[in-house]
Design a protein around this ligand. Sequence first.
Ligand code: HEM
Length: 418
Amino acid sequence: MNEQVQGANQGAGGDPLFNPLSPDFIRDPYPHYDRLRTIDPIHVTPFGQFVASRHADVSLVMRDKRFGKDFVERSKRRYGPNIMEEPVFRNLGHTMLQADPPDHTRLRGLVVKAFTARRVEDMRPRIQEIVDQTLDAMIDRGHMDLIGDFAFRLPVTIICDMLGIPEEHREAFHKGSSDGVRILDPVPMTPDEIKQGNARNLMAQMYFQQLFELRRRNPGDDLITQLVQAEEDGNKLTNEELTANIMLLFVAGHETTVNLIGNGLLALHRNPDQLALLKARPELMAGAIEEFLRYDSSVQMTGRVALEDIDDLGGVKIPKGETVLCLLGSANRDPAVYPDRPDRLDVTRPNVKPLSFGGGIHFCLGAQLARIEAEIAIATLLRRLPDLRIDDIENPEWRATFVLRGLKRLPASWRARA
Ligand code: HEM
C-alpha cells in the first residue's frame, strides 16, 4: 500500500507523538513539540519520515549541503511512480522552492533583485497607503474580521503590484485565499484533495498564460514582464518554470504574511501586558515582529532529503533518500536557545533569531518584505484603533493546514467613530 492510501485511511498513521492534522495539534502544537523535543527529538513517523524538533538539528539540516529537496523522487516514494503526472505536483516541482542546484541557483537568480533590502525599503510608503486605505474603509463600522478584512488585503495588493497584475483582475484575488497549500503538509493528500488541487492549479495556469501573453505585447515595469523576457531570451527559463515560479511568488507572497499579521495580533491580544507595552513604546515594533515570528510562526515546517547516508543527526542515522521534517515552530521554542520561558510572548526578548524564514540556500526571498508589511500593518492598527478588542480570544478558528499555520477569521470590534 503506498503512502497516499495509508494517509487517507489513517491520518498520521496513529502516531501518538506527531499527528499534525489532528484538531488538538492544529489548535496548539506547542505542547506536542515540547514532548517531541524532550522524549524523541529525532522521531520516526509511521511513514518512515524523520522529524527533527530541536533547534540545533533543524538549523543544521536546512544549511547542510548533504541535504536537498529531491522533490521528484521524494514525491514518487510518497505517492507512487505516476505522481508527477498530476498537474499540481508537476507545477510545484518546477518552483525554486523545490529545486536543487544548479536549477535552484538559476531560478532564484532571476528574481532575487526584486527583493533586495533597498527595493523593499522603498515600498514603505505604498504599504502604509494600502493599510491606511483599508482602515479608512472600515473605521466607522466598529467591527471587522482581522484576517479577511485587514491582514489579507495588504500582502495580496503588494504581490499584485510586484507581479503587475492589472487592477481590473485583482478583485478575484482579494476574495479569499486558496486551500491548495495542503500539498506542503507531511500527511499525504487524499485522491480527492489532489483532484481539487489539480483543478485550482489548471485554472491559475490558464489565467497566468493569458497574462504572460498580455505582457509580451505590453511590457511593464514588473516581475512578470521581467520573467517573460527571460523566457524569450532562450534557455534561462522554460514556460513551465515561468508559470510555476510566478504562482509560487503569488502564494508565498501572501498566505504566509497574512498569518504573520493574524497570529501576531492574536498573540498580542492574549498578552495584554505586551499589548500595552507596544502601544506605549511603538519603537519596539521591529523587535516585536521577530518575537511574533518566533512565538507562533506562520510556517511551521519544511523538509529536506538526505542526499547521502548521514551518520549522526542528533544521535540517529539517516539513510540516503530519507526525508527529514524540520519543525521550525518547535525550534523557535527550544529552551536550549531561548532559556527564558520560551512559551511566553516577550516583545523585548533579546537575541531573537527565529527560524521561521528557513535557512541555507532556500532562505525566504520575501523575509524583509514580510517583516515590513507586518510592522506597518500592526503599528498602524494599534495607533488608529487603540480600543480594538478581539471578540473570541479563547477559541479562534484555525485553518486545517499544518505547515502554513493561520486563522480562518479573527472578528474584532471597537467603538465606531462618529
Ligand atoms: C521560502 C517562510 C513571506 C517568497 C521560504 C521558506 C520559508 C518561508 C520557511 C523556506 C522553505 C524551505 O526551506 O523549504 C516565510 C514566512 C513569510 C514569508 C514565515 C511571512 C511571514 C514571503 C513573501 C514572499 C516569499 C512575502 C514573496 C513575496 C518565498 C520564496 C521562497 C520562500 C520565493 C523560496 C526561496 C527558495 O527556495 O530559494 N519562505 N515566507 N515569502 N519564500 Fe517565504
